[in-house]
Design a protein around this ligand. Structure first.
Ligand code: KIV
Ligand code: ZN
Length: 389
């Protein structure tokens, strides 16, 4: 793997699907997994096999159909979880077990009523046991975002010795600031013996709206995998949005980071996941929101009509959106009205445009948005209508 390549680990079907109301059945998971595989994700986390018979069946079914990506199943550091995950992954071409345990003092004290040394022993035992089933074992240090760096480094060193191939450093509660999360990854890169044998992975939640920024800081500081979901769905405020981190790396080539993602599929797969989960992204959602390539103020519309790059940093086609939208509202100018009128067959001279624009503004003050049939009405009731035919 080249050093610039960042692996994309998609957890839409596991962490994404944990959201209330987003539950997916096996058939829905298969449909999404097929598209994720075509999209070019490196890993598909298909579920948490021990959690229910339905999730076991889904992980097994996804393992059978995925052609290229590694298929992964989540476990706790519990032998039975690991055994069940291994069974569910039996048919995967490239199986991965994702096991782990909470490492922050709060998790150790309140969740496990344990101590730091005993947690390391459980972590090592889980990884060693998982290694008896599969070669590829990812370890997660849950709540790593709030785990003391020295102790986290000890945990990482121990699980690498036990054979972990990937070290997941989750900011489970979405607490970290980007520079803190980046510094954590750098600290592990510099202080964990044997770190070159494993890939560091970012798994950031969005409680403070920082999941994308934190993941990007993570890869700038040496992580080479990002865990994310389509549309950023996931627990509470969600996970890192796949489409965002992928496009940040693509639009900033000087970072020297890239992915295997076919970005032209991003809009389509976003729509698919929204339909299947019933969770629709807000219109102003970056990259795939309905307004991500829509322009409604007169100044912006005039710029975009002259040259798209004046107000767009991404070519919509690069993410599978057919074209930028020039939305007509009472804030639109003459350039936008002329452009939209021309699209439906009215080529206006400057004088004609001046006349129609006044009528347009009266109409637009009464409506949120002017559509093509409104433009026809405005034209038909205008004194210049006969000149246009
Ligand atoms: O957020 C988290 O810590 C997780 C782990 C289970 C990987 O989802
Ligand atoms: Zn998570």
């Amino acid at each position: 793997m080249s050093n610039s390549k960042v692996q994309i680990f998609d957890t839409t079907l596991r962490d994404g699907e944990q959201v209330p109301g987003c539950k997916l059945n096996t058939n829905q998971k298969i449909v999404i997994a097929e598209q994720l595989d075509l999209l070019g994700v490196d890993v598909i986390e298909a579920g948490f096999p021990v959690s229910s018979p339905g999730d076991f069946a889904s992980v097994e079914a996804v393992s059978k159909i995925v052609k290229h990506a590694t298929v992964c199943g989540l476990t706790r550091s519990v032998e039975n979880d690991i055994k069940v995950a291994a069974q569910a992954l039996k048919y995967a071409k490239r199986p991965r077990i994702h096991t782990g345990i909470g490492t922050s003092d709060s998790h150790i004290q309140y969740k496990f009523k344990s101590n730091r040394d005993a947690i390391i022993e459980r972590a090592v035992a889980a990884v060693s046991y998982a290694k008896t089933f599969v070669e590829d074992v990812e370890f997660y240090a849950e709540d790593a975002g709030r785990t003391d760096n020295d102790y986290l480094a000890r945990v990482c060193e121990a699980v690498i010795k036990a054979g972990a191939t990937v070290l997941n450093i989750p900011d489970t509660t979405g607490y970290c600031l980007p520079h803190e999360y980046g510094a954590k990854i750098k600290y592990l890169k510099e202080n964990v013996k044997g770190i070159d044998k494993a890939t560091l992975s970012c798994h950031c939640h969005n409680d403070l709206g920082l999941a994308t920024a934190n993941s990007i800081e993570g890869v700038i500081n040496g992580a080479r995998q990002i865990e994310c979901t389509i549309n950023g769905i996931g627990e509470r405020a969600g996970n890192t949005a796949l489409e965002e981190v992928v496009m940040v790396m693509k639009q900033h080539p000087y970072l020297g980071l890239d992915t295997n993602i076919n970005t032209a599929m991003l809009y389509g797969i976003s729509q698919l996941v929204a339909e299947q989960t019933g969770m629709h992204p807000q219109p102003n959602k970056a990259i795939i929101g309905a307004n991500a390539f829509a322009h409604s103020s007169g100044i912006h519309q005039d710029g975009v009509i002259k040259n798209r790059e004046t107000y767009e940093i991404i070519d919509p086609k690069d993410v599978g959106v057919t074209e930028s939208a020039i939305v007509l509202t009472a804030r639109s100018g003459r350039a936008a009205l002329a452009y939209r009128a021309k699209n439906i067959g009215y080529e206006l001279t400057k004088l004609q445009l001046d006349v129609v624009y006044k009528d347009f503004l009266k109409f637009a003050d009464l409506k949120k948005e002017i559509n093509d049939s409104d433009i026809h009405k405005i034209m038909e009731s205008s004194p210049i209508y006969n000149e246009l035919h």
